[in-house]
Design a binder for this molecule. Structure first.
Ligand SMILES: Nc1nc2c(ncn2[C@@H]2O[C@H](COP(=O)(O)OP(=O)(O)OP(=O)(O)O)[C@@H](O)[C@H]2O)c(=O)[nH]1
Ligand SMILES: [Mg+2]
Ligand SMILES: [Zn+2]
Length: 323
């Protein structure tokens, strides 16, 4: 290795100004070049920033995030300094109300595994819809992973999963503890960078441990009384699932906020509703109380699931209230 040689890698961990960069099978602990922060704010507009960031022109707090492809050079035998960041293909972002800034949780994700459990805690379709809208707004392809399929599925949950499949979502039923469909999921992730999201306690870390035995991620216990689960995972990081598959386990992401997602984007995010948008009598139809609404007609005919429609309407109303 020549001193000062410019090398490329992927950021797999980030904490307090230290970045672990994966390069040719090795982990290199890096810091950031001093003026990188300033440079990045200028180049951010040139990259394909997520829709939500563009919408509100918020400043990103972290110039380098987990998932970024970076250029670095060695400063000692095992340490380096990051000098450049490649433009991002996508980003999962979160808004920090206190500082009014946007933080990139993970960058360059292709797939978003939206993990829910069928029981303990029971799948909440309203919450699932919010994750799916967030995936759409962030430009990510969602896969619904229904975990804990070793537990009995209640009829309402079964029906719910079928609705999502009929809407065109990819739904994979797994059991992290029993191993059902874990091979299928691993195959689906080949060659991709995926992130895992979902409420606390649904088994995100357990799924990662099942996908990659030996990973040894800490797994929490679901509270006996609340069934809410605790936030066991606090730090975003990428795990290698093989030659060219990466997966990110993210902090609880319970508050996968829909800030800055406008009502129009929310309606569009529902694939079964999308074909009816623009077909209503009024071009600015809110699909609420207006007459001759194509969306409501499709609901009345049973083509669009009523609960999904109500979910979209509630989110759209909330988004308008926040404007
Ligand atoms: N029955 C059953 N239990 C599971 C399964 N997967 C995980 N669990 C249990 O669910 C609990 C929560 O699992 P975790 O993997 O820690 O959940 P998590 O989603 O990573 O939680 P956070 O890190 O808090 O967001 C643990 O007690 C696991 O043993 C499964 O497939 N079946
Ligand atoms: Mg976890
Ligand atoms: Zn309408």
């Amino acid at each position: 290795m020549k001193a000062g040689e410019r090398l490329q890698g992927i950021v797999i961990r980030a904490s307090a100004g230290n970045y672990t960069v994966f390069h040719q099978g090795h982990e290199v602990l890096c810091t950031l070049r001093g003026n990188l922060k300033k440079d990045l704010i200028m180049t951010e507009s040139a990259s394909r920033a997520p829709r939500v960031v563009q919408a509100k022109r918020k400043r990103l707090t972290n110039p380098v995030a987990v998932g970024d492809t970076v250029w670095f050079h060695f400063t000692t035998a095992h340490q380096g300094v990051i000098t450049e960041v490649e433009p991002r293909r996508s980003a999962v972002v979160r808004f920090i109300p206190r500082t009014k800034e946007v933080q990139v949780i993970v960058a360059n994700i292709d797939l978003l595994l939206v993990v829910f459990s069928v029981l303990e805690p029971r799948l909440d379709p309203w919450q699932l819809d919010r994750f799916l809208v967030a995936a759409y707004a962030n430009g990510l392809t969602p896969i619904i992973v229904a975990n804990k399929c070793d537990l009995p599925i209640e009829p309402q949950t079964e029906q719910c999963l079928q609705v999502y499949a009929q809407c065109g979502y990819e739904v994979i039923r797994v059991s992290a503890t029993r191993g059902d469909n874990i091979d299928r999921l691993r195959e689906r992730l080949r060659g991709q960078i995926a992130a895992v999201c979902g409420p606390s306690g649904v088994g995100k870390s357990s799924i990662l441990n099942a996908l990659q035995p030996g990973l040894g991620l800490k797994v929490g216990q679901v509270g006996e009384t609340t069934h809410k689960g605790r936030h066991t995972t606090t730090l975003a990081q990428l795990f290698r699932l093989g030659e060219d598959s990466w997966i990110a386990d993210t902090p609880g992401m319970r508050n996968f906020e829909l800030w800055a997602v406008d009502a129009e984007t929310i309606w569009e995010a529902f694939p079964e509703i999308r074909p009816y948008l623009g077909e209503c009598r009024f071009p600015d139809c809110q699909h609420d109380t207006e007459p001759d609404c194509a969306v409501k007609e499709a609901v009345a005919q049973g083509i669009i699931d009523r609960r999904r429609y109500e979910s979209a309407l509630a989110m759209a109303k909330q988004a308008q209230g926040e404007d």
